[in-house]
Ligand binder design. Structure first.
Ligand code: TIU
Length: 221
């Protein structure tokens, strides 16, 4: 067991029973011309966490840990995209429309790919998901159960949307979750701060949080 100095108190995991889950670090959210920017957001805020996420990813791989990557990506016929989701907001381009990185939030398009610095390697699980949460309408829970995974160390974007939804889904399914504070980001700094606070409130009601430096120091080399 590895014991990590986390908030609101120590977080325990073992590399054999934990998965690193990296949420939606896709060009569509992080680069210009994708879904994030079409919603009116400044994507440079999200670009700033790529190196911290990469640092944890490399250390986790070196420790022999299991890695899951998720992508928010719909089927090309949009049969898994509710009309209400497509209508939402007032974007310049809607889900399925063609933008500079291909069709917005559609699987197989350049924009739906994970940024090159964080691309999956052989042996890692990549989950395409139609919702904000990574468990809704995906095989993620079965894949984790099959491997005896009980703890999830989570990074990715955006903190209060896909990351928080996934943490809550995971918590309800019995996983103990750690959110890496500098491994997640929001287009809205105040939403990130509120999400970190509400996750660890009430004695880790949803999970734990810690800076990546603490996780890096605790991982076996
Ligand atoms: N818009 C926003 O903040 N996020 C999303 O739409 N998806 C994810 O968080 N991945």
């Amino acid at each position: 067991m590895i014991t990590l100095d986390a908030d609101p108190f120590e977080y325990r995991f073992s590399i054999e029973t934990a998965a690193l889950v990296i949420i939606d670090m896709q060009r569509d959210f992080i680069e210009r011309g994708g879904f994030g920017e079409t919603l009116g957001n400044d994507v440079t805020r999200l670009q700033a966490i790529v190196s911290a996420v990469q640092g944890v990813l490399h250390a986790w791989r070196a420790a022999g840990g299991f890695v899951v990557h998720t992508r928010e990506a719909h089927r090309p016929d949009l049969s898994d995209c509710p009309a209400a989701k497509r209508r939402r907001g007032n974007p310049s381009l809607r889900i399925g429309d063609r933008g500079p990185m291909g069709r917005i939030l559609v699987a197989g398009e350049p924009g739906s790919e994970i940024v090159p610095a964080l691309a999956a390697i052989d042996g890692e699980l990549v989950i395409d998901k139609p919702g904000k949460g990574a468990f809704y309408a995906t095989p993620l829970h079965d894949e984790l159960q099959r491997r005896g995974i009980a703890q999830l160390v989570v990074m990715g974007v955006t903190t209060e949307v896909c990351v928080q939804t996934t943490l809550r889904e995971a918590n309800d399914r019995g996983y103990e979750c750690l959110l890496v504070e500098d491994g997640t980001e929001s287009y809205f700094p105040e939403f990130k701060a509120a999400t970190l606070a509400m996750i660890r409130a009430q004695g880790a009601i949803v999970g734990w949080t810690a800076q990546s430096a603490r996780l890096l120091a605790a991982l076996p080399r």
